[in-house]
Structures are given as C-alpha cells and as structure tokens.
Design a protein around this ligand. Sequence first.
Ligand code: UDX
Length: 433
Amino acid sequence: MSTSPTRIAVFGAGYVGLVTGACFAELGHSVVVRDIVGARIDALRRGEVPIYEPGLDDLLARNSERLTFTLDVADAIEGADFVYVAVGTPPTYSGDADLSAVWTVVDELPVIDRPCTVVMKSTVPVGTGLRVRHRLDERGLEHVGYVSNPEFTAEGTAVKDFMRPDRVVVGAFREEDGDGVAALHAGIDAPVVRCDVASAEMIKLAANAALMTRISFINEIANVCEATGADVVRVAEGIGLDRRIGPSFLRAGVGYGGSCFPKDSLALKQLAANSGYHFQLLNAVIEVNELQKRRVIGKLHHHLGSLRDRNVALLGLAFKPHTDDMREAPSLVLAGRLLAEGANVSAWDPVVDGIDLHGVRMAETVEDAAAGADAVVLVTEWPQLAEVDWSAVAQTMRTKIFVDGRNMLDQEMLRGAGFAVEGIGRAAAGGAA
Ligand code: UDX
C-alpha cells in the first residue's frame, strides 16, 4: 500500500469521470483527470465545469490544489497508484456496448514498473474485466492489478451518491488489489461488497435492470388503473409501505430515459442473447417503456381527436429534473410523434437550451410556451412548474387540456384553474375518462 497522498489518474472527464475525480480529491487523494477533448480540458483548467451537476463546481473549486487536468497520457500515469477508467461505453447499432474507448485506454497505458491498479468505473458487459486482464498480461503488465468498481450515481445527485452511497462494490482478481480500492473509499460510510470481477460487473447491470423493472411495472399498473378506475399514486403508496417492496422507483410517468437505463438495458439484453439466453422479462421492460412514452399521444387524441394543426406545449425536456441531459429523453419521442401527426409543438425547459428539436418552438417561459395551446403536457417534473399561476396560463390557451405526465401537480387545483386534466394511471383521481 502506498504512503502519502494516493495518486489517482481518471481517464474520461464526462459526468462519471469528473464526479469520481472531484470526490476522490475531496477524500484527500491527489487526482489527475485526463480527456482527449482539448476544449474540455482547457475549460476545466480555467475552473469552468462543462456539465450541469449540482455541487460539482464547488467540489472542483474547493479541491483545486489536489486536482489537475491533462490531455497527455504519460502526464496522467506518472506516479499514479490507480488508473480509473471512466470513458463512455455507448451502444453500437446492435445494442452491444461499444468498448473502443476502454480498449484505447488499456492499449495506451505506458510500461508501468511500479505497483498500480486499473479500476473500471465505466459500465461494461460481464466478461470485460477478464478480457482486459488478458490484454494487460499480453502487454507484460501482469503486475498491474485490475478491479471493477462500478458507479451507482444518478445525474443531479451524483456528488451525494458518490460521497454517501448505499454501498461500494469492489470486484477483484487478487485480494490485495481489492484491498487497495476499498481503502481509497476510507471516509465513506457504506458497506463494501467484495466479490469477483464478473459479479461486480453484473451487480451494476442487474441494479439498473431492477430499477427499470420497477418503473415499467408501476407504469403497467398505472395503465391498468386507468382502465379499471384506480389511482396509481395511492396504489404506489399502498404497496411501497410494504417493507419487502419499498417506496423507491414507483413513480408512474412517461417512461424512463437518460444516459444509463436505455443503454444499459440494451447492453444486458445483448449480453444475455450473446450467451444464448433470451432475457424475456428485460425485453418486456424495454418494450413497456417504449409504449409508455407514446401513451400521452393517445390521451391527447381522446380529448382533441386529430392532432393536425393543434398546438401542444411540452413542459420540461430533460429526461429528469436538475439535469440538462437530453439523452433518450421521453420528450424527444413525444415531440417527434406530435410533429409527425401534424401538431405544432412548443417547449419550455429551464436548463436545456440550444438543442435543435427539428420544428419545435423553444419558449423562454412556461407562459409563452402555453399561449394559444390546445394542450400542455408536463413531461419533466421541474420544481418551477409548481410555482406557475395555472389559472392565468389557462386563460391564454385555445383549448384547456392538461396532461400531467409525472403526476406532479394537484389535479383539483388544475381543474379549478379551468383545465380538463389527465394524469398517468389516475382514473380514480378523475383523470382518465
Ligand atoms: C440511473 C441510476 O439511478 C444510477 O444508479 C445509474 O448509475 C445510472 O442510471 P439516472 O439515469 O441519472 O441514474 O437517473 P434516475 O434518477 O435513476 O432516473 C432514471 C429515469 O427513470 C428518469 O427518466 C426518471 O424520470 C425515471 N423514473 C425514475 C421514473 O419514471 N419513475 C421513478 O419512479 C423513478
């Protein structure tokens, strides 16, 4: 084990890499973050944070003396005790994870002649660690350790999730390599799950799959609620109080999006399929989510008939609040479907801007987006939407339809403001006809 400040090189200055680097610096380690995008490294050196993540700017500023940024591999590796891999693993056209950025990092590692451990933070298919191990061995780097240390950070709460996690997972081939990575987390009060590399890789994929399964489950319950006269909000409360079930991830809505769930579910589906297993439940979870994104369209048809030349305002575009991330956002599918049906689409989001949504009119305010609309659809539950004067908004609309795609607002209040209201799975609340 090394003495005096442990030196960590983090490859990748995206959401995961920056949060990992900043949090390890906060824990007292010396960190160098390496990326291949010059503009990003320049911005970080100037103290600018290239992504929107609450608390990250403070953390980077507070630990600036322990954090450096570089484009240069040799610079990053110089004296590093740990090399964290936090590069993107986007899906390929077939849905498999594209590991080319991971391989580039492994192949770029210079000859290292002292103790050092490569740590995988990126989400990778089960079996990747073993392949990296072989590649390191082939390159004469047998003494370099390999550990899987997956991240469970959600966007918007990533810093808190890293510093106060439910658990830290450390999967290693050699006990001592795992000991080293576990020790890096000293100061974090959480159980450490020690296991083999394949199991650590699977824990990450299975945790995400379990969360997605819960979302698709409650969305299907919501759809049955609509058909049978129940209210999914009460149902979720009622089942969530059962300690065996718990209350998390039981919010029905317009489906999940983001940089992880859609990508990781496809990767797990492909991983299973490549191993000869048809993961039926996961396939259903993915399909339910795709259908859920489109259900709002049916609700609008129900009230408005044809959507041709109808004006529809989308409130919130990011895949969830407190992020500017539009990856796989349900709003993209909704906007596309509405435009395809001939509707005029306006949109408001407090953070997302500059995105070209091909034919969507971006508005500065909720009021501007909704003016003259036939329907507003609450897509992302931004807290600002609770502060809007909905009576005033309703007065400016052509037809007063409100679809609350996140069951965020009080339906009685909205009805009082003059709206015909639809939620998701809220027949008993007077939502669906
Ligand atoms: C997720 C995991 O939470 C995190 O552990 C993993 O590392 C990366 O993927 P993230 O994508 O940032 O994090 O967001 P999360 O807050 O989990 O939400 C994912 C999606 O599910 C969002 O679109 C959200 O709106 C949706 N969701 C979440 C629901 O529709 N209902 C819920 O009850 C919870």
